[in-house]
Design a protein around this ligand. Structure first.
Ligand SMILES: Cc1cc2nc3c(=O)[nH]c(=O)nc-3n(C[C@H](O)[C@H](O)[C@H](O)COP(=O)(O)OP(=O)(O)OC[C@H]3O[C@@H](n4cnc5c(N)ncnc54)[C@H](O)[C@@H]3O)c2cc1C
Length: 706
């Protein structure tokens, strides 16, 4: 019997029939979460032998002329209006003209169809808009992103009745209504389904009539746009103690629209999340009465809220945070590469030091990988898929890797990025990282429970394909993944749910396979550019290192040691052997962002660039001037001359070249400046030293007198 036939007949076939029976009993909310959305390329990866030609044939996501015009028009105009320092430290909010502009240009209605007055943009266009704005202002990006993500708009479009759609969508599209979505409450965070917020079915007065409806009581927190929302999408548990609609008492999670002017709604207070001043806050409802037709989808959707939310999340999670994160990584690559080129220490640009090149390459690689995955995911969403597992992978890995890229960027900038002020173009991004990590499913939970837990179970409909794949020759690493995953399901069964560390490692492998597929696809879609090969190589080598290490960790920790030994023999007889990118690849990868080139532009496309003689604009200018004088500097170095006046005098360079150098150095001096503030502007309680002295003197005199 061949090895593959042995796997198929002796291992895999029995596993699947058994695995079905040993999977843990699921609650309704768990089942609904698992069943939400659909599967796409992730299912192919699970077969162990994906059809690469199918991946390459997927049409890349593109923009229509109208979407592109919006990016070049209103989006650029909006970016020019944004001053993140002023917004964060002075106004603590977007200025009124920016709010007006956002509403007027229908930024809140990007996903709402044109027939309801929205822009009717594709997921990719939505992603591109958020991406560009976020490279200018995170506060504005989050503000624009939220109404276009999970919330009243999306839920109405999918599940609303025709009347509800006609009533609310046009008002949401043009900003007459500002939406928010309230799921999280103090007692129910990650375990959102455990909320105690309630809606009791009863009769009540509404606009002068007695109608059947719900009396709501809730306490939500962390709600983005909550403080300014006029229309709250609310998740609560519905109860029917008097059996007014049927025999069931506890009807389950339900979603309704609550106009925030209704009596009993308390809204308006603000949280301050990591000094990110987008609107975010708690809200409460005390005995708020709504008629039945305020339930999204009407009375027949009572108790279906969780399913509705999970379905909407399956798409939404793949767009918003991945777009912000991909933009963050690209922004870090562009700015940090430029800074590492213009900042000299020990008479050498810091980007020439290997110690700096290593994190620089990591930033460049991350930028390439994340944008590749964002584009691939948007392509699936554009085609109408709602890939729940992929969107979980995207949310988790985009935010997690963005965190690493931003940490690296901070380290390479040193004090320049630590000292806050209008000239610091990195600090706010750094502070924002934990927000992305926490929202839309906190990352630890998503990594340990969701990615593989959902991935494995959602792959079940593809058992047959998997077995067919196992019948073929061993052609791909993915086959090892399928085999190990099967064995873990077999030996752990329901316990896999509790063995989060094992589940997380499987999830990491599945995630790497998805992200690396995306990198390959990007390289193909961009015409296999040889200049980009180093960064692709960096992604592949780093990804396979993770895959190999996770396999080794799984095999070392699988509780059934007998199975572990057999698997080790089949999958990794010599242990983890991929070391990651070579030093040469790291150097080439770093070099990509250390000089202006088409490859650098391809790696960091479509970020907002406003020539305002501040942070990023000053940096880009200095970078171009410094790299443009490279030859002149080289000649001076060869002549062992540091001062350009002397170099001109000795004829090593011309006077015009000397001027060029002077301009470059002046530009660099502007970039390396950091801000300082008169102390009284930093604290309203500030007292001048003389006043402090006088204060203590008076205090002493008073004490002596008493
Ligand atoms: C700035 C901001 C904006 C937000 N906007 C909104 C909004 O608009 N609407 C809304 O409804 N909510 C919103 N949220 C809430 C957000 O979705 C929750 O914060 C998130 O779901 C996590 O809940 P928690 O903060 O209570 O953390 P907890 O649930 O207390 O979790 C704490 C930690 O434990 C981990 N954890 C929990 N359970 C497990 C498990 N089984 N296995 C492994 N790890 C686990 C989590 O991953 C996390 O790291 C927002 C939050 C923030 C901070």
């Amino acid at each position: 019997m061949s090895t593959s036939a042995f796997r198929r007949d002796i291992i895999t076939k029995p596993i699947f029939s058994w695995a079905r029976t040993v999977l843990p009993p699921m609650s309704d909310t768990e089942r609904e979460a698992l069943e939400a959305g659909d599967v796409w390329w992730d299912a192919d990866l699970f077969t162990g032998n994906p059809d690469w030609s199918k991946l390459l044939a997927y049409a890349p996501a593109t923009l229509t002329a109208e979407e592109q015009a919006f990016l070049n028009g209103p989006v650029d105009e909006l970016c020019a209006m944004l001053d993140e320092w002023k917004i964060t430290w002075e106004l603590r909010d977007l200025p009124p003209d920016v709010w007006d502009f956002i509403k007027r240009e229908k930024f809140f209605g990007m996903i709402i169809p044109k027939e309801y007055g929205g822009l009717g943009f594709s997921p990719y266009a939505h992603s591109e808009v958020v991406r560009k704005i976020s490279s200018r202002s995170l506060v504005a990006a989050v503000t624009v992103m939220v109404p276009n993500s999970l919330g009243p708009g999306e839920l109405l479009m999918r599940f609303g009745t025709k009347d509800q759609q006609q009533q609310w969508l046009p008002r949401l599209a043009d900003g007459r209504e500002i939406p928010c979505f309230g799921l999280t409450s103090p007692e129910a965070g990650s375990d959102a389904a455990s909320m105690v917020d309630s809606g009791v079915i009863c009769k009540g007065d509404f606009e002068g009539r007695e109608v059947l409806g719900l009396r709501l009581n809730w306490h939500k927190r962390y709600i983005t746009l909550g403080p300014v929302a006029t229309l709250l999408g609310l998740a609560f548990k519905a109860y029917d103690p008097d059996h007014l609609v049927g025999p069931t008492e506890a009807l389950g999670i339900t979603v309704a629209l609550i106009p925030t002017h209704l009596p009993g709604v308390e809204i308006g207070h603000r949280h301050l999340p990591a000094m990110q001043v987008f609107q975010n806050g708690p809200n409460r409802g005390r005995d708020v009465f709504i008629p039945m037709d305020y339930i999204i989808g009407g009375q027949e959707r009572l108790g279906q809220g969780w399913k509705m939310l999970m379905t909407a999340l399956a798409a939404g999670r793949g767009i918003s945070l991945p777009s912000l994160s991909a933009a963050g990584a690209a922004y870090a690559a562009r700015t940090t590469g430029a800074y590492a080129r213009i900042r000299e220490q020990f008479n050498v640009p810091i980007g020439k030091f290997e110690g700096v090149q290593e994190p620089l390459a990591r930033i460049a690689g991350t930028a390439y990988l994340l944008d590749a995955a964002r584009r691939l995911t948007c392509a699936a969403l554009n085609q109408g898929h709602h890939p729940a597992v992929i969107s979980g992978i995207m949310k988790l890995h985009a935010t997690e890797r963005m965190r690493i890229a931003i940490d690296d960027a901070m380290d390479i900038h040193g004090g320049k990025a630590v000292i806050d002020g209008p000239q610091n173009y990195m600090g706010n991004l750094y502070r924002s990282v934990p927000v992305g990590i926490t929202v839309e499913g906190a990352n630890i939970l998503t990594r340990n429970l969701i990615v593989f837990g959902q991935g494995a179970i959602r792959a079940h409909p593809y058992l047959l394909e998997e077995m067919n794949a196992l019948g073929e020759a061993d052609r791909a690493k993915g086959l090892d993944f399928a085999l190990c995953a099967d064995m873990a399901l077999l030996t752990l069964g329901g316990a896999l749910k509790r063995r989060e560390m094992l589940s997380a490692r499987f999830g990491d492998i599945l995630s790497e396979l998805y992200l690396l597929s995306a990198a390959l696809k990007r390289w193909q879609d961009e015409g296999r550019q040889s200049a980009d090969f180093a960064v692709l190589e960096w992604c592949m080598a780093s990804g396979f290192r993770t895959v190999e290490n996770r396999f080794a960790e799984i095999l070392a920790n699988l509780p059934n040691r007998f199975v572990a030994v057999i698997l080790k023999f089949l999958v990794q007889p010599f242990g983890a052997r991929v070391l990651g990118p070579s030093d040469i690849v790291v150097q080439q990868c770093a070099q990509l962002v250390l000089e202006p080139s088409a490859a650098r532009d391809r790696l960091t496309p479509d970020l907002s660039y406003i020539d305002d003689d501040r942070g990023v604009a000053r940096l880009e200018k200095a970078f171009l001037l410094i790299t443009g004088t490279e030859d002149i500097a080289k000649r001076m170095r060869a002549a062992h001359i540091q001062d350009w006046h002397e170099a001109v005098k000795k004829g090593v360079i011309t006077e015009a070249e000397g001027d060029q150098l002077a301009a470059a150095h002046e530009a660099v001096a502007k970039v390396i400046e950091v801000d300082d503030f008169p102390p009284e502007t930093l604290s309203p309680q500030y007292k001048k030293p003389a006043e402090v002295h006088q204060f203590f003197q008076e205090l002493g005199e008073t004490r002596a007198a008493s």
